[in-house]
Every structure is written in structure tokens, then in C-alpha cells.
Design a protein around this ligand. Structure first.
Ligand SMILES: NC(=O)c1ccc[n+]([C@@H]2O[C@H](COP(=O)([O-])OP(=O)(O)OC[C@H]3O[C@@H](n4cnc5c(N)ncnc54)[C@H](O)[C@@H]3O)[C@@H](O)[C@H]2O)c1
Length: 251
């Protein structure tokens, strides 16, 4: 059996819904115990129930990734619960599209505080546990928007470009500790983040016209790529970004 995660402990941020929820379930299905977190007040019960169906231990805790104290306490809670942390999926993220001329400083800070600064400091806290173990997998959910420009979302695209650079740099820096750092770059997936825009026939037609495969991705498509990157077999894949985009960014 390849790509099993038995005996591993995984943490997934932003796991209440969407890609984070699907990823938590996929990692549990592959055999990992999972710690799931989201902003305080977001219910993780549905994700917990679906992940637990696979017979693994599931632990939920609140953690707003914009708050460094919550990150410190959240990762410490995972270590207390499971005694280790092997896999981190930095999934929590926001996208509040705004054309360049209308971007406000608040919109800029919201994206960078959540998508970049938040993800970085969760990774830093996780790496402190992984380094003594001499094994770790850190997987950022970046986006195809970090590889190309998409009109109407200059700040989101910039923040995801920064995530891809963090992936490269931390992957290079932490490889000597047995840690790989990679990112998965999905195309559009229908979730709370995108549903409204994808329901606009004109926008959907623009999106589908860009994806050679002719369909948007599913949360499970993204989760499967994460599960692969988390596996022992992916150990030689490091500092890389794996598009799950049906070919959008290839042309
Ligand atoms: N849906 C897509 O088309 C798509 C495409 C490419 C990349 N992504 C990325 O995938 C990730 C997940 O997106 P999704 O589509 O599942 O969105 P979503 O809105 O369905 O889920 C995002 C989750 O992150 C949580 N979150 C937001 N801010 C947070 C914070 N400060 N602290 C902790 N949790 C927080 C939300 O509460 C939510 O549960 C994001 O990083 C997003 O940028 C999504």
C-alpha cells in the first residue's frame, strides 16, 4: 500500500468547511490522526464527524491564524493531545476580490495577515515540533492565482505568490531537518469562497474556457494532492508547487 499515513498526526487549519474539511477527511482516510482548527465560533463538528468515520482520532480546537498567541496555544494543544505533529496543512485563507483601483489598505492587510503572515507563523510553530522528530511535511494551499494574474484580484494573487515563495524558501531552509515544504495550487473549486462568483454564468464561462479539462476542481481533487505530498513516498518532492488546475496555468 502506498501513500498511507498510519501513525502520523496531521493538523489542518481552516478546516470547518471547503478544502480544509475535505483535506482533514482525506488524511484521516489515509490513516492519520487529525487536529482540525478554524476561527473561534466556526463549527468543526461536521468535519470531525466525517473524519472520525475513518476510525482515527480527531481533535478540534479554535485557532485564528491572524493571532500569534492563538497559534502558539493551538499548536501547543495539538502537541499536548497527540504528543507529536508530523503534517501541517496551512489551508486557512480568504479571497475578497477588489479591482486594483478600489483596493483599500484594510483589504490588503486582511489578505496578507491571513494568507501569508498567518500561514508563516503556523509553519514556524509546527516546525519547532517537527525538527526534533527529524521528519515533517508542511503543505500550504496556495492557488493558481499565485502563478498567474487574474483580473479583479490583485491582492489575493499577490498574497498567494508570496505563499509560493515561502514554500520555496522554507523548503530549502528546513530540508536538513527532514521536513519538506510544498504547496498545492488549485484552480477554482466551488466552496463558500467562490460559490457566488461561479454562479455568474459569464464568470463560469470565463473560468471553464481557461481550464483545458473543461471543469472546475473538487475539494477531493485538492485533498488527494495534499495526501500525496504528506506521504513518505513524496519525500523527494520539496519546495515545489503542484498545480491542481486541469491545465489552466500551462498555457
Ligand atoms: N475555492 C477555490 O477556488 C480555491 C482555489 C485556490 C485556492 N484556494 C485556497 O484554499 C484555501 C481554502 O479555501 P476554501 O475555498 O475552502 O474557502 P472556504 O471559505 O470554504 O474555507 C476557508 C476556511 O478558512 C477559515 N478561515 C478564514 N480566515 C481564517 C483565520 N483567520 N483563521 C483560521 N481560519 C480561517 C474559514 O473560516 C473557512 O472555514 C484558501 O487558502 C484558499 O485561498 C481556494
Amino acid at each position: 500500500m502506498m501513500f498511507r499515513l498510519d501513525g502520523k498526526v496531521a493538523a489542518v487549519t481552516g478546516a470547518a468547511t471547503g478544502l480544509g474539511a475535505a483535506t482533514a477527511v482525506a488524511l484521516a482516510q489515509a490513516g492519520a490522526d487529525v487536529a482540525i482548527s478554524d476561527k473561534p465560533g466556526e463549527s468543526l463538528d461536521d468535519t470531525e464527524a466525517k473524519a472520525a468515520e475513518h476510525g482515527q482520532r480527531v481533535f478540534q480546537h479554535p485557532m485564528d491564524v491572524r493571532d500569534l498567541e492563538q497559534i502558539r496555544k493551538g499548536i501547543a494543544a495539538v502537541a499536548f493531545e497527540f504528543g507529536r505533529l508530523d503534517i501541517l496543512v496551512n489551508n486557512a485563507g480568504i479571497n475578497r476580490p477588489s479591482p486594483g483601483l478600489e483596493v483599500t489598505p484594510e483589504n490588503w492587510d486582511d489578505h496578507f495577515n491571513t494568507n501569508v503572515k498567518g500561514g508563516f507563523f503556523v509553519a514556524q510553530e509546527a516546525a519547532k515540533l517537527m525538527i526534533p522528530q527529524r521528519w515533517g511535511r508542511i503543505i500550504f494551499i496556495s492557488s493558481q492565482s499565485g502563478l498567474i494574474g487574474i483580473p479583479g484580484q490583485p491582492v489575493y494573487c499577490s498574497s498567494k505568490g508570496a505563499v509560493i515563495q515561502l514554500t520555496r524558501t522554507l523548503g530549502v531552509e528546513w530540508a536538513k531537518h527532514g521536513i519538506t515544504v510544498n504547496s498545492v495550487a488549485p484552480t477554482f473549486v466551488e466552496t463558500n469562497l467562490t460559490r457566488k462568483r461561479l454562479q455568474d454564468p459569464e464568470f463560469l464561462s470565463f473560468v471553464l474556457g481557461k481550464i483545458p479539462r473543461g471543469e472546475v476542481a473538487t475539494p477531493e481533487d485538492v485533498a488527494a494532492a495534499v495526501a500525496y505530498l504528506a506521504s513518505e513516498e513524496a519525500g523527494m518532492v520539496n519546495a515545489a508547487t503542484l498545480p491542481v488546475d486541469g491545465g489552466w496555468t500551462a498555457w
